[in-house]
Ligand binder design. Structure first.
Ligand code: PEP
Ligand code: MN
Length: 345
């Protein structure tokens, strides 16, 4: 349920409503909107009809159910877009397109530092790189682990870019928090609810990738686990879903961009690298994602993809990434936004 306050309701009236909500056994989550305050009532769904008594309290405009399985993530609760900061120059959801770029995996110092410098020079505002890799084959490269985190941090510090890396297992939470600016939850872990709950206890920004067979509502319900723990710094990442199509690795669901925009206030970025799996399809789908309204992109870039230990076939070479960034500019302008790198250069 949400309680919508009247425009101009006083602080005392708001406090009284919060007190009554808590008295009824719910947790009150106050959202301060531009025009009016909205209070989310979080608790046992079965008890929610009791909340209608709040309709008669001074200052209350209406009491309405939130029909979706997620509440804090729902657009109904917060009309204004959420802005999630990865660093001073990388704010997602603020009308400036941000590009997170870097290799699939951190492989060695030269690879990550060289790639980081190249993506920074081309206008990326965050550096990605996996240290703990979720590989389909048990015999494929599994990532450098903590050494990978150290090298990624080094590259982040050299370039001034915030770093984004996947947390694969709850046991690695502390070490990932120590090194990384942003935690990535991969597609395969989107419904690892115990992992999501632990991340919800932190205040680290999170990139929550869509599961490969997850509906949009299941994805937003997973975001809710993080928000419900008190961590509101969630960015969604569309990375393609499994369909019957085999010409591409996944089917990039760009429908998700406007649908997510309707249903939630959380920012959304699009990953056309995993979404297509094919280097030459990355640019057209990146342009399409921005045209569809994405707040940012996640792009795999490798200084020498021919020898990459993972996802080389979908990784752009530095010059291809530079070219992509140039091609983005007119599209970004056409949708009335800016691109972050333009301002940083
Ligand atoms: C990745 O970002 O390298 C990755 C493994 O992504 P996903 O979880 O989307 O497959
Ligand atoms: Mn990858």
């Amino acid at each position: 349920m949400i309680v919508v306050m009247q425009a101009g309701a006083s602080a005392d009236e708001l406090a009284e409503v919060v007190r009554r909500i808590e008295e009824l056994g719910f947790r009150a989550h106050v959202m301060h909107g531009v025009e009016r305050q909205v209070i989310g009532c979080l608790g046992d769904e079965r008890e929610k009809s009791g909340l209608h008594v709040l309709e008669t309290i001074a200052g209350v405009s209406s009491v309405m159910p939130i029909l979706s399985p997620y509440k804090l993530a729902a657009r109904q609760l917060q009309a204004e877009p959420s802005v999630v900061a990865f660093g001073d120059n990388c704010r997602l959801g603020a009308g400036v397109v941000q590009v997170i770029a870097g290799p699939c995996s951190v492989e060695n110092e030269e690879q990550i530092v060289e790639t980081a410098k190249a993506v920074r020079a081309a206008g990326a505002t965050a550096l990605r790189g996996g240290a703990f890799k979720p590989r389909s084959s048990a015999y494929a490269f599994q990532g450098l682990g903590v050494e990978g985190l150290r090298l990624l941090r080094l590259a982040g510090d050299e370039t001034g870019l915030p770093i984004v890396t996947e947390l694969l297992d709850v046991h690695d939470l502390d070490v990932v928090l120590r090194y990384a600016d942003v935690i990535q939850v991969g597609a395969r872990n989107m419904q690892n609810f115990s992992l999501l709950k632990e991340i919800g206890k932190t205040r680290h920004p999170v990139v929550l990738k869509r599961g490969m067979a997850a509906t949009i509502d299941e994805w937003l319900s997973s975001a809710e686990y993080i928000l419900a723990g008190g961590n509101s710094e969630v960015v969604l990442c569309e990375r393609g879903i499994r369909t019957f199509e085999t010409a591409t690795r996944n089917t990039l669901d760009l429908n998700a961009v406007p649908v997510v925009r309707d249903r939630t206030h959380l920012p959304i970025v699009v990953d056309p690298s995993h979404g297509t799996g094919v280097r030459r399809y990355v640019k057209p789908m990146a342009l399409a994602a921005v045209a569809a309204g994405a707040d940012g992109l996640m792009i795999e870039v490798h200084n020498n993809p021919d020898v990459a230990l993972s996802d080389g076939a979908q990784s752009l070479r530095p010059e291809e990434f530079r070219e992509l960034m140039q091609s983005l500019r007119p599209v970004v302008a056409a949708v009335g936004k800016e691109i972050a790198g333009e301002r940083c250069e």
